[in-house]
Design a protein around this ligand. Structure first.
Ligand code: ATP
Ligand code: ZN
Ligand code: MG
Length: 509
């Protein structure tokens, strides 16, 4: 990929240039091109790749510069380096920079664009064209946008989009780690259909939402108990309660703000809680029997964020800005305080892919070594549970979303060699009725992503790392029932004992 930056800016000074100060400034421009802009550029880089002032003009108190560059000392970096350099010299002539006005900024990217690449709609871009393998952007930016490195972010983003287009539909790289042997199967059907049939669950009124009767709830609680007995207690995880309404600020720091939008359940607040303001909305319902949704839309603010999507982001503000003492690490905690919500759209299926689900989230943090060690111990504990207690046909695989692989997050260099362990392991169970595999939980080593996002440090000064594991109770239930069926006599002992006799409270006539 070949990138070129070109900017035109006016540097407005506190007084008009004189012959003397103009000459001094020309010397500075010449020097900047020869020395200042070349600083830090690796040897062997083509001169045309390095920032260069290619045009200048003096008029009254304004110096107009044209700066062009390739990837080194990009045009905007050159501009600010130059600003810093001129200040002391021109100060002698009582000239100070008052303001920088960016008149024009353009970026061109030359690349083999994949066929399915589309010119993206991005902020700051006034005009974009793609022809003959050259993508050109004209930006509307201020000097402070340039100081915020907007052009660099735009280029990085376009790079990601080219890569994404190149990957096509392939969402992730999948690598098998372990596959269990065959286990006793007692059922060939769809467990959801059978649960409905037996009155264990019923559809709730929102999409992808179920009301779990006592029998299904007993099973959820039995699984929860297994997690507590075999994992949480022995490994010393302590329970916390994480919020379930997530403001944008949390997702900005956790990184979810980069792309979670199609699956969010958005949350809005009333413009006022004044009863009089809402009276006609209630009256509308009383008269028509309908909720006046179109009008409600006009009377709410937000969205201020969304309902819980992944559980752990909401924990991190608890540690925001702190330094953790060495001797409290590793921290082992978990949350099971509420539901998670995802808009799964057409994907909803049975109890296993729903819009409202129940999950235990296990979370741990510490040094890189501690984080990896906890993940390994968790994996061993899970293996015991799936092999010996649930007797499942299951497998696990390391999955790497393509963007993670590209961001260099995988295999990041660490002295301990833990970098290669960053990523997610999915645990999947066989669904005999559809001969497919269902992800029923995962274990992720997230590296320093969350501690960085929330500014969490460790006393010793080494990077803080974290990991998390989401145990989906609907998914455990779907996996278990689809292999073992709904008859308790056929279930493995431990599960049968914990569930007890399924309670049948309701009789439907
Ligand atoms: P999938 O690929 O099946 O959509 P995911 O990759 O979106 O899963 P994660 O974001 O890794 O899932 O979520 C962690 C866990 O949360 C999953 O392993 C699963 O147990 C649970 N989970 C996620 N989405 C749902 C859902 N729609 N219904 C029920 N459980 C879910
Ligand atoms: Zn998590
Ligand atoms: Mg999903």
């Amino acid at each position: 990929m070949q990138v070129r930056f070109r900017l035109e800016a006016e540097l407005r000074f506190s007084a008009p240039f004189t012959k003397e100060s103009e000459d001094a400034c020309r010397v500075l421009i010449d020097e900047a091109n020869r020395v200042l802009f070349v600083k830090g550029v690796p040897k062997g880089v083509e001169p045309g790749e390095v920032g260069h002032i290619t045009g200048s003009g003096f008029l009254g108190d304004v110096l107009t510069l044209t700066i062009e560059s390739g990837a080194y000392t990009r045009a905007h970096d050159a501009l600010f380096r130059f600003r810093k350099q001129v200040a002391p010299t021109l100060g002698k002539y009582r000239l100070g920079i008052r303001e920088i006005v960016v008149r024009d900024y353009s970026i061109t990217i030359r690349e083999q664009f994949p066929d399915n690449f589309r010119v993206p709609r991005l902020p700051f871009i006034r005009n974009a064209t793609l022809s003959d393998g050259v993508l050109s952007f004209d930006l509307t930016v201020t000097a402070s946008d340039l100081e915020n490195r907007i052009p660099d972010r735009l280029v990085r983003l376009v790079e990601e989009k080219i890569e994404a287009a190149g990957y096509g539909g392939k969402g992730e790289h999948w690598e098998l780690i372990y596959e269990s042997g065959a286990k006793p199967r007692h059922f060939e059907g769809d467990p959801t259909a059978e649960m409905i049939q037996r009155g264990w669950i019923r559809h709730a009124l929102s999409r992808g939402q179920w009301i779990h009767g006592p029998q299904s709830t007993q099973l959820f609680r039995a699984f929860e108990q297994i997690v507590i007995d075999e994992i949480i207690r022995p490994m010393g995880f302590s329970e916390m309660i994480f919020p379930k309404l997530v403001p944008w600020e949390v997702w900005m720091k956790s990184g979810h703000a980069k792309g979670v939008y199609p699956e969010i359940y958005y949350v809005c607040t009333p413009k006022t809680r004044d009863a009089a303001y809402w009276e006609d909305i209630g009256d509308y319902f009383k008269v028509t029997g309908e909720v006046w949704v179109d009008e409600i839309r006009n009377r709410i603010d937000g969205p201020i964020g969304g309902l819980c999507y992944a559980q752990c982001p909401s924990f991190w503000p608890f540690l925001q800005g702190v330094t953790l003492a060495n001797d409290c690490l590793p921290i082992h905690i978990f949350d099971r305080s509420g539901t998670s919500h995802r808009y799964e759209s057409g994907g909803i299926h049975g109890i296993e892919r729903v819009d409202e689900f129940h999950r235990i989230e296990i979370l741990w943090l510490g040094t890189a070594e501690q984080t990896v060690e906890t993940a390994d111990r968790l994996h061993d504990a899970y293996t015991y549970v799936f092999e010996d207690l649930l007797e499942l046909e299951w497998r696990c695989a390391k999955v790497t979303p393509w963007f993670m692989a590209q961001e260099g997050m995988i295999g990041a260099d660490t002295s301990c060699g833990c970098g290669g362990r960053i990523g997610t392991t999915d645990y999947e169970a066989l669904l005999p009725y559809s001969s497919s595999w269902l992800e029923f939980q995962n274990v992720s080593i997230n590296g320093d992503k969350y501690p960085k996002g929330f500014n969490v440090k460790i006393q010793s000064g080494v990077d803080c790392w974290s990991g998390c594991s989401g145990i989906g109770l609907e998914r455990w239930t779907a996996a278990f029932l689809s292999q073992k069926g709904l008859d308790i006599e056929k279930w493995p002992d431990k599960v049968a004992k914990l569930v007890g006799e399924p309670k049948n409270l309701f009789k439907f006539l």
